[in-house]
Design a protein around this ligand. Structure first.
Ligand SMILES: NC(=O)c1ccc[n+]([C@@H]2O[C@H](COP(=O)([O-])OP(=O)(O)OC[C@H]3O[C@@H](n4cnc5c(N)ncnc54)[C@H](O)[C@@H]3O)[C@@H](O)[C@H]2O)c1
Length: 434
């Protein structure tokens, strides 16, 4: 198959690279020339483990190319995937479909023969119909079908998730489009990964419902964690006891500083707007969002309490600012709420993050970026673990306690525990829900 991938962000680039690894001929398009220049040089604009190697081997095999010329890339394609951003629209919480619709118009102008136009971006119910309407308006006689193929990959494990998915969801309505989609995903079908064929609206909603459900699990355990703190329970034990129940499962039951990232915050927000618009308020998801906001505020209070009520004039060492480990993505990371509150409270904040600086520097003004956790902790009055990168999971706590001015720790990912912190010489330790 000849595939065109519009957008070379976290989803478009991974999808394009992996499709080429399936053996398809893939052209990746982006409108940002700097990204395409980097990719042509064999450099990967984002941090995603393993992506550089798969990219290099498919470029070398001649199956993967990059361009800014959308029209040339669409010419002769069997399928054109839209993988552009759908961020939260300012003001009303809806998904902003500007980029999707702009791409649809450009594709319509460029089509030279039958192609399936596949939306991979996360889009509200009804968007694929709107894509079709916009395209027909631009080119009434163009030959195409639309398909919805939402993506479920996780940043940090994206290659594996794409190559070994729990499921692939394909919303199509014509046999011709289904045949193209089946051919594209044939390598996964042969290895018996489930391919779920649905109508277009169902495919669109599966993505929002899945993300909202996962966000619900996180907010649920975070609220239970707050209760644990009051009643003397340990949320780690509670989550373990719950998670062993096969109906519940142990995933997404880790208490922490609240969910963030490029998907959960915007998708929960968009789902509540979709529900309100259709007269079916999604009250559980509305509450999930409110609980997540409260969780982040609770983390700020936790740090302030630990520091005796104020961080004014204190040096706080923050380990990890990306929304999770193994990605450089800073979108809606809890750090973007917590760190500015510390800076605003008069703290001198030192930040350590192996890949967060490139994005984070502009987003976290007034902090000092330091490469190494021990250098950053030297003379600090408090240590805050915000993102559990591997290098922060095995710190020499005794050494930390010695070099800090006052050895106190807010461990917002429950990496350590009261006992190990105390044994290492920490005067005070606060986890989440323990
Ligand atoms: N990031 C994730 O983990 C993830 C997972 C599943 C689904 N999604 C969904 O996938 C979509 C893309 O997310 P992302 O994180 O990859 O976004 P991103 O912002 O990282 O990438 C989008 C890219 O599209 C490019 N672009 C925009 N308009 C274009 C146009 N007309 N022509 C060519 N290029 C264009 C941008 O320059 C950018 O490089 C979103 O809808 C998101 O919700 C993301």
């Amino acid at each position: 198959m000849k595939i065109t991938m519009i957008g070379t962000g976290y989803v478009g680039l991974v999808s394009g690279v992996c499709f080429s690894d399936f053996g398809h001929e893939v052209i990746c398009v982006d409108k940002v020339p700097e990204k395409i220049d980097m990719l042509k040089r064999g450099e990967v604009p984002i941090y995603e483990p393993g992506l550089d190697a798969v990219l290099a081997r498919n470029v070398a095999a001649g199956r993967l190319t990059f361009t800014t010329d959308l029209a040339a890339a669409v010419d002769g394609a069997d399928a054109v995937f839209i993988a552009v951003g759908t961020p939260t629209r300012r003001g009303d919480g809806h998904a902003d479909l500007t980029y999707v619709m702009a791409a649809a118009e450009e594709i319509a102008q460029a089509l030279t023969g039958y192609a399936v136009v596949v939306t991979k971006s996360t889009v509200p119910v009804g968007t694929n119909r709107e894509v079709e309407r916009v395209m027909r308006k631009v080119r009434p006689n163009a030959e195409f079908d639309v398909a919805s193929n939402p993506e479920f990959l996780r940043e940090g494990a994206a290659i594996d998730d794409f190559m070994k998915p729990d499921r692939v969801v394909v919303g199509v309505e014509s046999d011709r489009a289904k045949a193209v989609m089946d051919e594209i995903y044939r390598p996964l079908y042969l290895r018996e990964f489930p391919i779920v064929h649905t109508g277009i609206e169902s495919a669109e909603l599966i993505k929002y419902a899945s993300n909202a459900f996962l966000a619900t699990k996180i907010s649920f355990i975070n609220e239970i964690a707050a209760l644990c703190e009051r009643v003397g329970a340990d949320v780690k034990s509670v989550a373990k006891g719950m998670g062993l129940d096969g109906r519940i499962g142990n995933k997404f039951l880790h208490a922490g500083p609240g969910y963030g990232g490029s998907c959960f915050p915007k998708d929960t927000s968009a789902l509540t707007r979709i529900g309100q618009e259709h007269g079916v308020p999604q009250r559980i998801v509305e509450t999930v969002i409110a609980v997540n906001d409260a969780t982040k505020r609770h983390m700020i209070d936790k740090i302030l309490d630990l520091c005796g009520g104020s961080v004014n004039g204190k040096t706080v060492c923050v380990l990890g600012v990306t929304f999770k480990p193994e990605t450089d993505d800073m979108r809606d990371a809890p750090s973007l709420t917590i760190v500015p509150a510390l800076v605003g409270g008069g703290a001198k904040v030192r930040v350590v993050d192996p890949y967060g600086r490139r994005e984070g520097e502009a987003l976290l003004p007034g902090v000092e970026w330091i490469e190494d956790a021990y250098t950053a902790a030297t003379g600090a009055d408090a240590l805050v673990i915000l993102t559990e990168w591997n290098q922060f999971r095995a710190l020499d706590l005794a050494r930390m306690a010695t070099i800090m001015n006052t050895p106190i720790m807010a461990d917002l990912r429950n990496v350590y525990g009261h006992k190990s912190a105390a044994q290492a010489g920490f005067q005070a330790y606060e986890g989440v829900g323990r």
